[in-house]
Design a protein around this ligand. Structure first.
Ligand SMILES: [Fe+2]
Length: 409
């Protein structure tokens, strides 16, 4: 097979497995849960069944190829997601939405339309649709995390949890001064608009915690009066972790999932800071000998032995798992097992241009209210683990699989 055709075949295969992963994800929920809204700021679940299929066909068929669409009204309904702040919550009712049969019919027509035209679609548009779907697989997992266990088919999905029951000692690693490379050149491979262009920045030397901050470490802060993280629950004087499919005694050696505000307050409490986006890059991809690597462990493609990512698990692992994924400077789990909050407000890299057919993807969030998270969670797809990929959330949004580590400047 010629090289180009092989690449296209690989991309189509990736799109098919992302669809299968989406179907698997929605099958977690009972039927009644589909019209519910577990997070007040987001759409009801049902929207996303239409949105994932609709986005693909709108971008690939309508926008890129000018195909006449069979369901223009439903396209409009399912086109856009939302990001309201908590003072402007959506107020639609379940009865405002089409029935499940109507929405599944729409989604099936959209899938077939995409299949009929995928061969002719520009590669960039197909990748955009694929990555859009993969990103939603993660945000939907956060959302489904907040359903009661009785609304999920938990017995089909439960996994074995690993925890030593103790809090591992964190330690500090020296990161020497050097250059961090953020973003990538415009002529390089596919990226979202916020990944361009490449910028090289000198980062002075600093120290960073070897491990992500654990539930066990954060517990000391809670005992000093800090509020419980969203993922914890206290019952009869004992603390539990709200896992995706079951509650378990608080695993002290798992990374703590918290908001950026909580992470920053903890860092201040121990007299340290959160890393900047540049410092994260330096710790993760820098080394003594030459150019930054593609991943913390080097340039090899991600695989499950190197970290907790790419849909491997629903919940975290101990922060000591997978030392073979350590960075050149000996820092653990910089990719996977939970995104890491930075102190950097999300903004454009120099040379930023909004995407032509999706202009609001990043620019709508350059408002000083969103902070960069880096790395990846158990539900982050392998292809989104690339160095230039940037993710962002409001600092008090508690649902994200995001943790942190501290730096000393
Ligand atoms: Fe979307």
């Amino acid at each position: 097979m010629p090289v180009l055709e092989a690449a296209t075949a690989r991309l189509h295969q990736e799109l098919r497995s992302a669809r299968a992963e989406s179907d698997r994800l929605f099958s977690i929920l009972t039927k009644t849960a589909l019209y519910a809204r577990p997070i007040a700021e987001r759409h009801r679940v049902i929207f996303y069944i239409g949105h994932l299929a609709g986005f693909d066909s709108i971008q690939i068929c309508r926008e890129a190829l000018g195909v006449k669409m069979p369901d223009p009204q439903l396209d409009t309904l399912f086109q856009a997601g939302i990001d309201p702040d908590s003072s402007h919550l959506p107020s639609d009712q379940p009865s405002d939405w089409p029935t499940l049969d109507q929405i599944q019919g729409y989604a099936n027509r959209a899938r077939h339309l995409v299949d009929d035209h995928l061969e002719r679609a520009p590669e960039e548009v197909s990748i955009m649709a694929l990555e859009h779907r993969l990103m939603h697989l993660e945000t939907l997992a956060y959302m489904f995390h907040n359903f009661g266990y009785e609304q999920k088919n938990c017995h089909l999905f439960r996994q074995h949890h690993r925890s030593s029951g103790a809090t591992p000692e964190n330690s500090w690693r020296d990161i020497p001064a050097g250059e961090a490379i953020l973003g990538k050149p415009r002529e390089a491979s596919f990226g979202w608009d916020n990944e361009y262009e490449e910028v090289r920045e000198y980062v002075p030397g600093f120290r960073i915690q070897r491990f992500k901050v654990t539930n066990g470490e954060y517990l000391r802060f809670v005992k000093e009066g800090a509020p419980l993280p969203h993922f914890w629950v206290e019952r009869d004087g004992s603390l539990f972790y709200r896992g995706m499919f079951e509650e378990i005694p608080l695993p002290l050696d798992w990374p703590v999932y918290v908001t950026q505000s909580q992470a920053e307050a903890y860092a201040r409490w121990i007299g340290k800071s959160l890393p900047t986006e540049q410092q994260f890059h330096r710790a993760a991809y820098g080394n003594d000998s030459g150019a930054p690597t593609a991943f913390p462990w080097g340039n090899a493609a991600p695989r499950h032995e190197l970290g907790n990512f790419d849909f491997k698990r629903w919940d975290p692992e101990p922060i000591t798992a997978h030392p073979e994924g350590d960075s050149s400077f000996g820092v653990s789990q910089l990719v996977g097992n939970g995104w890491e909050w930075t102190s950097t407000i999300f903004g454009p890299l120099p040379g930023f241009k909004p995407h032509s057919t999706y202009p609001g993807y990043s620019a709508n969030f350059f408002d000083g209210e969103h902070y960069v998270i880096k790395g990846g969670s158990p539900r982050t797809a392998a292809r989104l683990l690339r160095r230039s990929f940037r993710n962002w959330f409001r600092r008090d949004y508690p649902y994200v699989y995001a943790t942190f580590r501290c730096v000393e400047n």
